[in-house]
Design a binder for this molecule. Sequence first.
Ligand code: PFF
Length: 460
Amino acid sequence: MEDKRENFGSKIGAILAAAGSAVGLGNIWRFPIVTGQNGGAAFIIIYIVCILLLGLPIMISEFLIGRHTHANTAGAYRILSNDGVWKWVGRLGVFTGWLILCYYGVVGGWTLHYSFLSATSAFNGVEASEFGDIFESFSSNPWMPTLWLVLFISITHIVITRGVQSGIEKFSKVMMPVLFIITAILVVCSVSLPGASAGIEYLLVPDWSKVTSGTVLSAMGQAFFSLSLGMGCLCTYASYFDGGTKLAKTAVNVSIIDTIVAVMAGFIIFPSVFNIGMNPNEVGAGASLIFISLPNVFQQAFTGLPFLSWIFSLLFYFLLFIAALTSAISLHEVATAFVVEEYHTPRRKAAVVVTSVCLVLGVLCSLSFGPLSGIQIFGRNIFSAFDDFSGMILLPIGGMLISIFSGWILDKQLYKEELSNQGDLKTPYFRMLVFALRYIAPVAIGIVFLDMMGLFEFLK
Ligand code: PFF
């Protein structure tokens, strides 16, 4: 029996669920560092331009495709392309989401472990030089990261099996406000540390001398990943929007929330880094920033105030956990909706299939830091191969195809009707939107893609 298709029960639920997908590890472990390295506010301005020219048009299109068809991503493109070759865009999206979930779950497990370590005061009295070893021995252990991965994916699984309204929507309505509150508390704590102003300056004073063509390319790449574009997430969520949801307004809201959280993450990280006199260029990026540099920063920033460093560290890792979880839920839903609708499977069974595949591949990703580190794919361990293949190849290709499909192939009358909620809303931006989808987005993504593939280096 096919389950009855649900919708989100409220507009705010729909916005928070989509914002939950967008706000993730990308906002916290990547945005602040890239901003710092690329001229602070100068980067933020370029990033916002990228969102306006590229992010919003694609997000609106993904929303529109999902809401119009009320189908999973593969089904949506199949319906709109009349079973033609463009149906492969939807299938590619499902595949990409599934793949991302496998390695994203591994990091989700790490955030749970670090929340646990923080809660049990395990970082108390640890020397600065020891944090690297702690992370190294944890991530290379065959059992511990696997157990945390299983726990993380199981929580995702439980939310998904409860369905759209009582699972995803209810969870987002509770967790997203919690995420905002924790973010705000951590920002206040961090900016009130002595010496914090240097960190604030580092982020907010635009340094245009650091802006290069590479800056623009990183801003585009970051906007893309951070807004969860280029695969089926937002399209799947939008298939649960009702006819009255304002697509453009929802897209603007989601982009604003995503950007605010990313900037706030910078205000959590840099003031405390400057407070302990660390050079921001030495904190590393990604995993080494989050799991090696920052636990040390949080210990030292509150020396002599163990309660504060305990609560700061605990809240920070819990924040990361929630951010990762709401994104993982959206990734899981893409694949679950696909299995439910394309293979006429009940939701519970479909979720088990998706979870099982994720666990098998996720464990391989996790073990690639330990026992399986010898297995190399194009010179990378399994985890990095999944990460790079999806982030650097599949997402840009998906995004480019989505913009070409919605700019060139999709019937413009249908586009306009859906965007205006069948004529209820004014859409003065329609022509600009189509222009961005037809020309700006495909060309811009094409350039980023060629750059990532090293073409420009090669030409130099
Ligand atoms: N937007 C998420 C982040 O910033 O971490 C990651 C992500 C989720 C990317 C879902 C793509 C996606 F479809």
